[in-house]
Ligand binder design. Structure first.
Ligand code: CO
Length: 212
């Protein structure tokens, strides 16, 4: 009888260890000494968008936070803790919000369906729709509207990152920290840079700019 899928994960792990050691005898020894990633990745929990794999990076290179629809929710202690650790302890130079076309969370926000408790998470994505309602409603083709909604959601999450006290504090202290918005295309494997880059809080609406 075939092993259950979850057991094959343990076998695969052992094969991976052998492979890594054959490439570099010190692979795990070096990683055990500590991490020094230059990038924080905020991505979708979708199983098709694994941060390291699609960026061809190794363990130790990318600090990762993932949730449904790559959201930056200002009351989310999990996200805030990851961001604080990445910025203030690891001193990452870049934070990347990476969405993806075909995102189920974003799709759900375009409907009035109720999916249970997750409706309360999806609501944050619905806010993005409301902010950009005129533009989105003017797109007749549903797929194009969905794609644009994914991009606008990434854009708003980049703004939400810039609004956090953590990021604004880093800029106030002249820390070299840039934030970016990207979108991954499932059908091609290509990441598109949306060219939304922040290096200071000057680009934020004044109501969000914090004086320290
Ligand atoms: Co998604």
């Amino acid at each position: 009888m075939d092993k259950p899928f979850y057991e094959s994960l343990l076998d695969n792990n052992k094969k991976w260890v052998v492979e890594k050691l054959s490439e570099n005898n010190n692979f795990f020894k070096k990683l055990a000494d500590g991490q020094n990633p230059h990038v924080l990745w905020i991505g979708c929990a979708d199983s098709r968008v694994p941060a390291n794999e699609i960026t061809n990076t190794n363990p130790g290179e990318v600090f990762v936070h993932r949730n449904i629809a790559n959201m930056v929710v200002h009351t989310d202690m999990n996200m805030l803790s990851v961001l604080d650790y990445a910025v203030n302890v690891l001193k990452v130079r870049h934070v990347i919000v990476c969405g993806h076309y075909g995102c189920g969370g974003v799709k759900a926000a375009m409907t009035n369906n109720s999916y249970g408790i997750i409706d309360n998470w999806i609501r944050h994505i619905k806010d993005v729709y409301r902010f950009h309602k005129d533009e989105l409603d003017s797109i007749d083709d549903e797929k194009n509207r969905f794609d644009r909604f994914v991009e606008l959601n990434v854009k708003e999450q980049v703004f939400d990152l810039a609004k956090t006290s953590i990021v604004q504090n880093a800029w106030e202290n002249d820390q070299d920290l840039q934030i970016h918005g990207w979108v991954y295309q499932l059908s091609s494997g290509i990441i598109k840079d949306l060219d939304i880059n922040f290096k200071s809080n000057n680009e934020l609406n004044d109501v969000y700019q914090l004086d320290f």
